[in-house]
Design a protein around this ligand. Sequence first.
Ligand code: FAD
Length: 465
Amino acid sequence: MEKYDILIVGASTSGCWFANEMAKQGFKVLVLEKQKPEFVSRDYDIFHMSTEEMAQFNLDQLDESHPAREFRFEGSPMWSPYGNYPKRGEDFPTVGFHKHDYIMLMAERAKQNGAKIIYGASFKDLLFDEKGRVIGAKYVTEFGEQEAFARIVADCSGIPAVARMKLPSTSVVNTDKTTERDILFVVLYYIKYLDKQLDPRSLDGFFLHYKSWSAPAGKGYDAILGIGSGHSFAYAEEVFKSQFMKNVKRPEFTVEKIERGLTPYKRSIYSFVDDGFIAIGDSACITKPTCGEGCTSSLVLGQIAVDVISKLLKSDDFLTKEKMWSINTLYMKKQGKDFDSLRPLLYGVIATSFDEGEYMFKHDVVFSQKILGGANSGFVLNGKDIMGIVGGIIKGILCGKIKVSTVKRILKGLNQSTKVGKLYDDYPKTPADFPVWKTKADALWKEIGSAIDTCDPAIIKKISK
Ligand SMILES: Cc1cc2nc3c(=O)[nH]c(=O)nc-3n(C[C@H](O)[C@H](O)[C@H](O)COP(=O)(O)OP(=O)(O)OC[C@H]3O[C@@H](n4cnc5c(N)ncnc54)[C@H](O)[C@@H]3O)c2cc1C
């Protein structure tokens, strides 16, 4: 029976990246991917990453002539609900790729560095030793059931989190399923404008109130109009049709192609590690709170994991949760706190009406340059920011542009956001302190709820008919 240093479940962005980084250092890596190569990551075509993040994670930007690379753009503004007030943050040069092709290149690179990838190999279960520690996995291929042993198993299987689900319920890693409450249903419309004179890039940007955006789409199309929502694809499509298209004036276009996909839209799991185990990527719910993108944000955890695990693998010791705990603490400090404390604030501000939102964009209240500009990379609200938000809101109420009930929702979000920040500052230093912290965290997240709670009951009723 072959023994590996690392067994990775899933050969998409997180799995291939992790495999490559570990194989480069000479570790023996096995990746199991349930799909045959031609079917890997086919649910949607175009994805993009900022050049800054790509450089940070040694991701190849590829030559402009490479068929997997489609376009480069400079980032785009955040727009007010009626499209009158764009707020431009920092420009992030961003590159768009064909996702399947790009992942196959990542896989090729990992293989060149020594990783073994088995396609058509579906993970079935974890293998445990007599102390209940993870020591490998069972999987099924066309040749039947097989077993592979490894010093650590990494779950990079995306939303199904197939390996994480096989941990015992006593694990410090959450074993709850990512349910429909925790998912963003994303619909992508690949469009062509009828007016060939207009510059489609002048219409690009993100519309927070509809979780909708316009971005380049590559050859053959003028743009992707995308929308994400809680509840269902039908809900997203209805918001697109009856709200976005009505309020944000778009020149006439034809829809050439539609794609649908899912991305996690919830707080990250609290602990990524257990004895002989780690979860990375969508399986650990590490997506950007504003837009649900997760390819590069997952690698923030990935990079910390590579540093810690590669040192541990050089000794003979077992990779216990105690030894790997710094992966949790470093991640929470670097990104987890910023991402997760932004969530409740977003749930609060998204609940503003379109008219209120337009006023607030105009007057830089909540929807300010600083908050919206920094939202993608994560940022910390300081006392001055909070005072500015409160002052702007009071002015809005006095002139009748903001309702008191809306303010209550925003303040509730702001308060919960601060509470999450404080809780994550006190992230337990050892697994022994984890259960007490988890109890507090569970209570706080129960109170915060999920993005689906901000869905409009009238739309749910309409699509249920
Ligand atoms: C429409 C849409 C557009 C998006 N656009 C962007 C974007 O532009 N930029 C960005 O950063 N993010 C984007 N995202 C989010 C991004 O797609 C995910 O965050 C990212 O793909 C997560 O990668 P992953 O490797 O963790 O998981 P996944 O990509 O889900 O990969 C999991 C892999 O595990 C395999 N697997 C599952 N079960 C098993 C099993 N039992 N055995 C073996 N293998 C298994 C799967 O086949 C798959 O290959 C978008 C999401 C959607 C839905």
